[in-house]
Design a protein around this ligand. Structure first.
Ligand SMILES: Cc1cc2nc3c(=O)[nH]c(=O)nc-3n(C[C@H](O)[C@H](O)[C@H](O)COP(=O)(O)OP(=O)(O)OC[C@H]3O[C@@H](n4cnc5c(N)ncnc54)[C@H](O)[C@@H]3O)c2cc1C
Length: 454
């Protein structure tokens, strides 16, 4: 009799579901893997939108990953997707000057010293952040040292911890605030000091190049959908696009392939639920009724991006960080370089800017005109993603569920599960690997004669 392999259903083809699928396909005796995605494309939140009038595929917002995100980089390597990403060994802060040179832009690059060993490798660059006074820079180095060695109490927000460490106000606002906003899409008064410390340690105290950034060079949909699909198919992973999972039971899914088709059932031996926190309890209500997690404690944060074109090259770098403007980052869009296509990034935009796309466009346009008075800007496109990430506030760590659910056959994945990381691609990939590992262990320990799902 031919061997019938075990069947695993993965619900959600974001990075957590994709990472789980890849891991499972690498098992010695891989199960039959079925990936169910309600949308027409793979990638989940790490994706792009098609603007038919402009014939442009633009990312919902710029995604970057750091060199310290080893699981994400490993995923990109194993799927041959790293070729779409470029390592950037330098990051540049940009500040409008005051005084005699009022209005002019000053650039402060952050890069590794060629000679100083770790942990001193960033010392000259940090010392060169001259938008801070000499005393403030001295204080900054001291605070970074205390962050490295200190131990904040559980439940303390990062801003309170900075105050305990006697961090000067301007150092908090111009250095730590922008780093926290970029990493967490949240404010220092919300983010837990413990999780912020672990991120700072990874970025600034890890290997010399841990803080360096990888930037995608193609639209995310081209990477995580067009380029990845053949790899998934080659590994035998069956992809069911535009197939929404309505309900998950211990042994089967109820599917709704399209609006017109009647719901169908899909039996499985094991399943991985890899959807965002606000969807999980709807598909598997037992998660909420049996108190695996409470979706109401997750506070969503919005990220907005504004794509636009300029009539010229605005700056020589690939991207700029603005610690004292409404625009937090400006990126050149690599595949729109010749047309001078740019993207302004606004994390936690509902609170930092506005909930209204028209107002966001106006504010960004006005600020661009102030930063680059000679340039002319056109074709603005605002994208707001309301539940882009969740707040990593001080009580969140206890609220994030593990990979286990009330059903021994069902496992959880997603950037929101208890990975110890903010809501990032690294967190999603890590959660997917963990769920795949638990699934493998579960399948390997099923009794030989347990019925297999045909
Ligand atoms: C605007 C924005 C900017 C970001 N910037 C960065 C960044 O720079 N760096 C970084 O590391 N991270 C960034 N992130 C976060 C990162 O995108 C996410 O952490 C990561 O993509 C989450 O992956 P996931 O698999 O956990 O969830 P998702 O990507 O949300 O995937 C879940 C999938 O499940 C599908 N689904 C939902 N319900 C069903 C159903 N009923 N049936 C079938 N399928 C279903 C969804 O369509 C989706 O494809 C950003 C996110 C956003 C939105």
């Amino acid at each position: 009799m031919p061997q019938i392999s075990r069947k695993v259903a993965i619900i959600g083809a974001g990075l957590s579901g994709l990472s789980a699928a890849i891991r499972l396909s690498e098992m010695e005796d891989p199960p039959e893997i079925h990936l169910f995605e309600s949308l027409a494309h793979l990638g989940g939140r790490a994706s792009s939108n098609w603007f038919p009038d402009e014939k442009l595929l633009l990312d919902s917002a710029q995604h970057v990953t750091m060199n310290c995100c080893t699981e994400m980089l490993d995923f990109l390597r194993r799927t041959d997707l790293l070729r779409f990403w470029k390592l950037q060994p330098e990051m540049t802060f940009c500040v409008r000057q005051t005084g005699k040179k009022s209005g002019k832009l000053a650039f402060y690059p952050l890069k590794n010293s060629r000679i100083l060993p770790k942990p001193l490798h960033l010392l000259p660059s940090l010392w060169g952040l001259k938008f801070l006074t000499l005393t403030e820079r001295f204080e900054l180095l001291g605070i970074l040292r205390q962050i490295r060695h200190g131990s904040p109490s559980p439940g303390v927000p990062f801003r309170d911890w900075l105050e305990e460490l006697l961090c000067p106000h301007r150092v908090a606002e111009l250095f730590f605030g922008p780093v926290i906003l970029s990493a967490f899409s949240d404010q220092m008064e919300n983010v837990s000091a413990q999780i912020a410390q672990s991120v700072f340690r990874q970025i600034f105290c890890g290997p010399r190049d841990a803080w360096q950034m990888w930037v995608p060079q193609a639209p995310l949909r081209e990477i995580f959908d067009s380029a990845l699909t053949p790899t998934l198919e080659k590994r035998g992973i069956r992809i069911h696009r535009q197939t929404s999972v309505k309900r998950l039971f211990a042994d089967r899914l109820v599917l709704s392939p399209s609006e017109t088709d009647a719901p169908t059932e899909f039996p499985f031996d094991a399943a991985i639920l890899a959807v965002p926190w606000h969807r999980a309890g709807k598909i598997l209500p037992e998660l909420v009724t049996q108190k695996t997690f409470n979706p109401d404690v997750f506070e969503p944060r919005t990220i907005a991006s504004v794509h636009f074109f300029a009539d010229r090259e605005l700056f020589p770098q690939e991207n700029l960080v603005f610690p004292s403007e409404t625009i937090q980052w400006l990126f050149k869009v690599p595949f729109l370089r010749e047309e001078h296509g740019f993207q302004a990034l606004l994390s936690d935009s509902d609170r930092c800017v506005s909930t209204n796309s028209g107002a966001i466009e106006q504010i960004v346009h006005a600020e661009l005109q102030m930063l680059f008075p000679e340039a002319t800007f056109s074709r603005f496109r605002v994208t707001r993603v309301p539940a882009a990430v969740f707040s990593c506030n001080a009580w969140m760590e206890h609220a994030r569920p593990t990979v286990l659910t009330p059903f021994p056959t069902v496992f959880l994945a997603g950037d929101w599960t208890s990975t110890g990381l903010p809501a990032t691609m690294e967190s999603a990939v890590r959660s997917g690997s963990k769920a795949a590992e638990e699934t493998r262990f579960f399948l390997e320990n099923l009794p030989e004669n347990a019925p297999k799902r045909a």
